[in-house]
Design a protein around this ligand. Sequence first.
Ligand code: NAD
Length: 351
Amino acid sequence: MPASPVRFGLIGCGEIAMHSVKALQGLSESCAIAAVQDVVEGLAKDTGERLGVPAVTQVDALLARNDVDAVVLSTPHFLHAPLAIQAAKAGKHVACEKPIACTLAQADEMIAACHAAGVKLSINYISRYSGMVRKAKELVEAGAIGKILRYQVHVAADKPESYWSGGYTGRAKSDWRQSKEKSGGGVLVMNLSHNLDFVLWLTGLVPERVYAEAATHLTPVEVEDNISAVVHFRGGAIGSIDAMSCARGKESFGDRLYGSEGQLVLASPLRVYTAREGVPGLTKGQWTDVDVGKGLYGTDERGAYFADFAKAIREDTTPLISGEEARKALALCVAIYQSAETHEPVKVDHR
Ligand SMILES: NC(=O)c1ccc[n+]([C@@H]2O[C@H](COP(=O)([O-])OP(=O)(O)OC[C@H]3O[C@@H](n4cnc5c(N)ncnc54)[C@H](O)[C@@H]3O)[C@@H](O)[C@H]2O)c1
């Protein structure tokens, strides 16, 4: 007999929640949506009607439901901690959008509240489920590029003016993306934290110290639209992190790892150079394009994320992207922002 699906209640029915709805609908054996909530009545109703489930505007009303086992938190960043803590106290497992929170103090409170309530907490850094990241992790662990000496990432977005008050679809009107207090920051924490999360995970690199500069050049908002950081990792590797959200013409190059015995370009296909003999699928002294496949569970990254979270609930195991795991990317972002403000090197706060 298959176990009954984990029943989710959605908190926040804005832009990204619609992607989660689609992902959860594709997982009918392991996941179901029991009810939805948004403070904007029209968004809650629209989502409830599409799904044929109850829609409410009060969080309490959603959390009081016995047919909700877990919540999907898809709200602005400053609400992640208070809502996760409220959900945990109501005995609900929490799947929260990235980043974990705006500050490390909030993240620590969320983690503690979920542990105290005995519920699972997981943060939606879905890239960890991509074929690209999985394959890169396999190659790094197989020693294909040797000891990692350098991590380099360059992300260049060109966010339209409308993004700052309604995201890419305009589904929910808001000001939170513009506000340092409500979002925690701009392109670094909003977008690049995905890259930081998966690179720290796949390499095991531990950032110790950063120096950064940030600016808001072309966007009429509080948060940065241009940021650069140099990172010192435990063991001596160096990181170079660059992100813009006002790069006219875009053209990112993404993530690269340089090792003592090779290089890895995180793209699809992956590009790998190895100086080593005997790495399966690679030829010594050559660049190889490595197919990254379709990912896990025969579904997309978001689907794989929810399938894995439901499995962790059913089997009472720690989710892959636990609160503690997601805190690592936030700790790095927070140190980078602090350095950009003080113009001093800053130590990364590992709990
Ligand atoms: N994992 C990803 O790849 C990815 C991509 C985009 C966004 N996100 C994340 O998803 C989250 C939401 O982003 P979005 O783009 O959907 O934003 P959005 O503004 O489109 O949606 C947020 C929703 O939260 C609702 N809301 C506000 N206060 C609330 C409350 N107290 N209770 C319930 N609902 C409330 C708003 O009415 C709105 O509908 C953010 O953490 C963002 O970083 C993740």
